[in-house]
Design a protein around this ligand. Structure first.
Ligand code: GEK
Length: 245
């Protein structure tokens, strides 16, 4: 399948429907996420460094909200130890169907299972690494603490939880500045003002970013230590946190 350009919001729509990860989005997803999320590719490029450090033999890696498996692939190609498996979980049927095809076309030796399921309830066991890129922001805020505790419980001692998110800022001026810069980034990627405005409206009640302080607090409450912001580009950031040994 050739990669299609995202033109979903190109024409004025009378009514903007809430954003959904459906067939239409799946078709353009790699282009959409790369042109919308500053730092998306650098984050994927850095994941192998972490994976090589933390993934141990006879353990599992989870990619929660895996979409088309970009993080899964980046880790799959990096793992050098024996007897590991990667489990990608996503609730969108369209994403999971396409992700399975992509995984089947990749000939790396680490087995991958792509599961259609809810990350809030899908079991996490014997994990040396859990990755959750740009997905917490789509989980209802009152369920996020339980999700982080669920991840913590499924990690082995010393294992890592890596996640990337869009950030929100308490300071109105900083929020405004980051939003403007993000929109400039999208313009530079070829999105029109109409596309930016309509996509923003579609995500309004669907994607709810947290502040960095809230993320840190939630990780600490769950028991994580050595919490680090390992990547930041404008209002997008990635964190790593470890379960104590
Ligand atoms: C990437 N990580 O390319 N359970 C399972 N999946 C969910 C849930 C849920 N409760 N809620 C949302 N999703 C990917 C990008 S996209 C982020 C992740 C974005 C899934 C949803 O179906 C979608 O595929 C993914 O989380 C979020 O690195 O598009 O901005």
């Amino acid at each position: 399948m050739t990669q299609q350009r995202d033109r979903i919001y190109q024409h004025a729509q009378e009514q903007i429907e809430p954003f959904r990860f459906d067939e239409r989005v799946v078709k353009v997803f790699p282009d959409m996420i790369q042109r919308s999320v500053p730092g998306y590719l650098p984050i994927l490029e850095q994941l192998p460094l972490l994976a090589r450090q933390v993934v141990v033999p006879q353990s599992r890696v989870y990619d929660l909200g895996c979409s088309l498996g970009a993080a899964t692939l980046s880790i799959r190609r990096a793992i050098q130890v024996e007897d590991c498996e990667i489990i990608g979980v996503d609730c969108s049927e369209a994403m999971v169907t396409r992700c399975r095809e992509i995984m089947a076309q990749d000939n790396s030796r680490v087995p991958v299972e792509v599961v259609q399921g809810d990350i809030l309830t899908h079991p996490i066991e014997n994990a040396s690494l859990v990755v959750m890129n740009f997905t917490m922001q789509f989980i209802s805020p009152e369920q996020r603490a339980d999700l982080v505790q669920h991840i913590f419980a499924g990690l082995r001692p010393g294992a890592a939880f890596v996640f990337a998110e869009k950030l929100r800022f308490d300071d109105a001026e900083e929020q405004h500045l980051m939003t403007e810069w993000h929109h400039d980034f999208k313009r530079a990627q070829g999105y029109s003002d109409l596309e930016i405005a309509q996509k923003r409206a579609s995500l309004e009640r669907v994607m709810l970013p947290d502040t960095e302080a809230i993320h840190r607090q939630r990780l600490q409450s769950a028991g994580f230590v050595r919490i680090s912001q390992w990547f930041r580009c404008l209002n997008f950031s990635a964190f790593v946190a470890f379960k104590p040994e």
